[in-house]
Design a protein around this ligand. Structure first.
Ligand code: ADP
Ligand code: MG
Length: 685
C-alpha cells in the first residue's frame, strides 16, 4: 500500500531546495509552487533561510514535523537525512531522486537497502531512488519540465524510467493528452510499477477514477502481481496500455527442448499482457496515441466515417482501418445524394467523404451533422483537416470543437499540419481536446484497441484427471530428464494418450515386442536427446525382417542403450510445450510439430491455467489450422482432442511445479484422437 502521506501530504520538505531553478532541488520547488500545493512547504538548504519565498532550514534536524520529504541531494548524504526524518519528524512519504544506488554498484545497493529498510520499518513509502518523482492532483513532486496537463479524468501513467517519462510527457503535450496521476519508480527499491498498479486497483472508485492506465516497463519484478491487478482493473472497466523495453534477449539456442529454445523471456511478457488484457505498444508515441484514443472514447466501435479535405490521408486511414478489422462502410446512394447537395461538385461522398481542398468550414459542419443525425450505421467520425499553409483553419477547428461538444458519436481529429497551423492546433487543444497528427499510427492504434475490447475470463475447470495420482508419481521422480517409460506413464495419468510401445534392449525382447505390437512400427533410439539428429528414428517398419535389421543398425549408434518400438500413428503432427520463468505462471505453447518445428515457427503461447476458450483461441491463430481441419477433401482431425490436450498440459504444469520444461513433439492428431509419440520432460525439485 502507498502511504497516504506520500499521496496526499499536508506538509512537504524539499531537502536540497534552492533558488536555482535549473537545479533539481530548485526545479521541484518551483513545480510544487506553480502547481499550487496548498499544504505547508519547507526547504532544507544549509545557506539560506528563505528559498523561492519558502522558509528554509539550514539542517534537517531543525525541520518541523513533515509528512513527505522530497530528497534532492546527492546519494552519499541521503542515509543520514532519512534516519533523522524517520526517527524525529514523523515523515512517511519519501521521494529520492539521486542516482548512485543499486543501479551503480554493490555499495550503492547496500545503502539503498538500508534506506529502504528504515522507511519500511517505520511504515513509510519510498518512491525511487533514481527517478523523477510523481504528480497527482495534490502536488507536483517532479523536478523535470514540462509539467503535464493535469485532469482528474486524464490517464494514469506509471513509468519505470524517469527520462522516458519526461519524453513521453513531452509527446503527450504535443497531442493534448492529460494526466490524472504520474508515478515514476526508478530503482523500485520499495515501490515498483506493479505496486502502483495494485494501489490504483485497490483505491479505484467507479465513476471517479481514471479508466485508462499507461505503463512504461523495463523489468517485471512481480509478474503475478501485475497480472492480478491488471485483470482486476480490466474487470472494473479500465483499459491498460504498456510499452516494455528490452525485448530482444534471445532464446537459449542450446536449450534441450524445442520449447526451451523458442520461449524467450519476451514470449512470457507477451503472454502475460495477453492474459491480463494489456495492450502492448512499441513506442512512446504509440503509448500516448493509445492513451488519447481511450480518452476520447472507451466504446467498442466498428464503423467509421472518414471526413477529410485531402484525399491521401483519408485513403491511408481507410486502408489501415480496413486491413486491421475495422470498417469504413460505403454509403448508399440516398446518403451520397444528400451529401452531394451539401458539397461542391467533384466532392467524394462514398466514404471517405472528401469535401475537397476548397471545401468550407460550413460544409464540414453540415457533413458532420449529417453523420451524426442520418448515418445510423456509423459509430464514429475521423476528421482529417490540415492546411497547405495558405490560410487559417480556425473556423474549421471551431466547427470540430463545437461538434465534439454536441455530437453523441465520438470524433477523432487528425490535424496533420503541425507546422503550418501550429497555433490553431494549440488553441484547439487548450479547449481540452486532443489532436492526432499521423493518420497511420492513429488508425493502427485504434484498431488494436478495438480488437482488445472483449475480455474473456473463464472459470477454470479441471480437465477430468486425477491430480492426486499425478502428484504421487511425480513425488517419486528425481531431477533431470525423465526416461521414456516414466514420461509415458505420466502422460497417460495426465490424460494424454501414448502409442502402443515397448522398450527393447535385446533381440529376444524385440521378438516379444513384435508379437504384441501392430505393424507398421517406428523404431527410435534411447539415449541421445535428439534422436533424429543421429539418424535414430526409423518410421514405416513393415515386417519382422526390417525390424531386426533396423534394431542392429540402431544399437550401433553412440550412446544408445536400447530401442523404443512404437506403433506408427498416421495423422497431422502438432506440438505442445511448456516452460517456466521465475515469477511467471507456466507458459504453455502449441503449434505445428515435427522435426521442422523451429523452422516452421508456427506457434502460440498462453500462460496457464488455460480454459477451453483460450485453447481454441490458440489453435485458431495457428497457420496450420486449416490443414488440421482437412483440405482438398481430407477429413478433419479431432480438434477437440487438441484443445483438450492443451488444457491437460496446462493442468499438469499447475499441479507439478517440479516440471520445468516439457515437450510433446510431435503429438499426432488423428480423426479420433491425439497421441504423444515423443515426450520430453525435465524435473527440477
Ligand atoms: P526426435 O524428436 O528425438 O527426433 P521423434 O520421436 O519425435 O524423435 O521422431 C521424429 C519424427 O518421426 C517425428 O517428428 C515423426 O514425424 C516421426 N515419428 C516418430 N514416432 C512416430 C510414431 N509413433 N508414429 C508416426 N510417426 C512418428
Ligand atoms: Mg520429437
Amino acid at each position: 500500500m502507498l502511504h497516504e502521506k506520500l499521496l496526499k501530504p499536508s506538509s512537504i520538505a524539499v531537502i536540497g531546495g534552492s533558488d536555482h531553478i535549473d537545479h533539481i532541488g530548485g526545479s521541484v520547488l518551483k513545480n510544487l509552487i506553480d502547481h499550487g500545493f496548498n499544504g505547508q512547504l519547507f526547504v532544507v538548504n544549509p545557506k539560506r533561510d528563505i528559498v523561492q519565498g519558502i522558509p528554509s532550514f539550514i539542517d534537517v534536524t531543525l525541520l518541523p514535523q513533515t509528512d513527505l520529504a522530497i530528497i534532492a541531494i546527492p546519494a552519499k548524504d541521503i542515509l543520514e537525512v532519512v534516519k533523522e526524518l524517520v526517527a524525529k519528524k514523523e515523515t512517511k512519504g519519501f521521494i529520492i531522486y539521486a542516482a548512485g544506488f543499486s543501479e551503480l554498484d554493490d555499495t550503492g545497493a547496500a545503502i539503498e537497502k538500508e534506506i529502504t529498510e528504515l522507511i519500511s520499518t517505520a511504515g513509510g513509502s519510498l518512491l525511487g531512488p533514481n527517478n523523477i518523482g510523481m504528480i497527482n492532483e495534490h502536488y507536483a513532486g517532479i523536478f523535470t519540465r514540462p509539467l503535464p496537463l493535469m485532469d482528474k479524468k486524464g490517464v494514469d501513467f506509471i513509468s519505470a524510467s524517469g527520462a522516458t517519462a519526461v519524453f513521453t510527457l513531452e509527446a503527450a503535450k504535443q497531442i493534448g493528452l492529460r494526466f490524472s496521476n504520474l508515478f515514476t519508480v526508478g530503482n523500485s527499491a520499495q515501490i515498483g510499477v506493479e505496486d502502483v498498479l495494485e494501489h490504483l486497483d485497490e483505491t479505484f472508485i467507479p465513476e471517479e477514477s481514471s479508466l485508462v492506465k499507461i505503463l512504461y516497463l523495463e523489468g517485471i519484478k512481480n509478474p503475478a502481481k501485475l497480472l492480478k491487478h491488471a485483470l482486476s482493473l480490466r474487470q472494473k472497466g479500465c483499459d491498460i496500455v504498456a510499452l516494455k523495453s528490452g525485448v530482444t534477449e534471445k532464446g537459449n539456442a542450446a536449450a534441450a527442448s524445442h520449447t526451451g529454445a523458442m520461449a524467450n523471456s519476451d514470449l512470457f511478457v507477451q503472454a502475460l499482457f495477453n492474459k491480463a488484457g494489456i495492450i502492448r505498444c512499441r513506442s512512446r508515441y504509440e503509448l500516448i496515441t493509445f492513451g488519447a484514443i481511450l480518452q476520447i472514447t472507451q466504446l467498442k466501435l466498428k464503423n467509421f466515417a472518414v471526413i477529410t479535405h485531402a484525399g491521401g490521408p483519408g485513403v491511408i486511414v481507410t486502408d489501415t482501418l480496413t486491413q486491421n478489422g475495422l470498417f469504413v462502410p460505403d454509403l448508399d446512394d440516398k446518403h451520397q445524394n444528400a451529401l452531394k447537395q451539401l458539397l461542391y461538385p467533384g466532392a467524394a461522398t462514398a466514404n471517405p467523404i472528401d469535401i475537397l481542398a476548397t471545401g468550407t468550414a460550413e460544409q464540414l459542419e453540415q457533413v458532420m451533422v449529417y453523420c451524426e443525425d442520418d448515418l445510423e450505421e456509423i459509430d464514429a467520425m475521423i476528421v482529417i483537416f490540415g492546411s497547405p499553409g495558405l490560410g487559417s483553419v480556425k473556423e474549421a477547428y471551431q466547427v470540430i470543437h463545437n461538434m465534439m461538444q454536441t455530437c453523441s458519436k465520438p470524433i477523432f481529429p487528425i490535424f496533420p499540419s503541425v507546422v503550418n497551423v501550429q497555433e490553431e492546433i494549440n488553441l484547439f487543444m487548450q479547449k481540452g481536446h486532443m489532436a492526432f497528427s499521423d493518420e497511420y499510427i492513429f488508425a493502427k492504434s485504434l484498431a488494436k484497441i478495438m480488437g482488445n475490447k472483449t475480455l474473456v475470463i473463464e472459470p477454470y475447470q479441471n480437465p477430468n484427471v486425477n491430480d492426486a495420482k499425478i502428484r504421487s508419481l511425480i513425488n517419486g521422480f528425481t531431477d533431470g530428464f525423465l526416461g521414456p517409460q516414466q514420461a509415458n506413464t505420466l502422460m497417460e495419468l495426465a490424460g494424454i494418450h501414448t502409442p502402443g510401445q515397448v522398450l527393447v534392449k535385446t533381440e529376444n525382447e524385440l521378438f516379444q515386442a513384435a508379437k504384441i505390437l501392430h505393424y507398421p512400427l517406428v523404431q527410435k533410439i534411447i539415449g541421445p536427446l535428439h534422436k533424429s539428429d543421429q539418424q535414430g528414428v526409423i518410421v514405416n517398419v513393415a515386417n519382422d525382417v526390417e525390424l531386426i535389421h533396423n534394431f542392429k543398425k540402431l544399437m550401433r549408434i553412440d550412446d544408445v542403450t536400447g530401442v523404443m518400438v512404437q506403433e506408427m500413428i498416421k495423422g497431422k503432427e502438432v506440438f505442445i510445450g511448456a516452460k517456466r520463468e521465475t515469477g511467471f505462471p507456466p507458459l504453455i505453447m502449441c503449434g505445428a510439430g515435427g522435426i521442422y518445428i523451429e523452422a516452421l515457427k508456427d506457434h502460440q503461447s498462453v500462460l496457464a491455467p488455460i480454459g477451453k476458450t483460450e485453447a481454441i483461441g490458440m489453435v485458431s491463430k495457428l497457420k496450420i489450422k486449416p490443414i488440421l481441419e482437412g483440405m482438398r477433401g481430407e477429413p478433419s482431425s479431432n480438434l477437440e482432442a487438441f484443445y483438450d490436450a492443451i488444457q491437460k498440459v496446462s493442468n499438469l504444469l499447475e499441479i507439478a511445479p517440479e516440471i520445468t520444461e516439457l515437450d510433446l513433439n510431435p503429438l499426432i492428431l488423428t480423426e479420433q484422437d491425439i497421441i504423444a509419440v515423443d515426450t520430453r520432460i525435465k524435473i527440477e525439485k
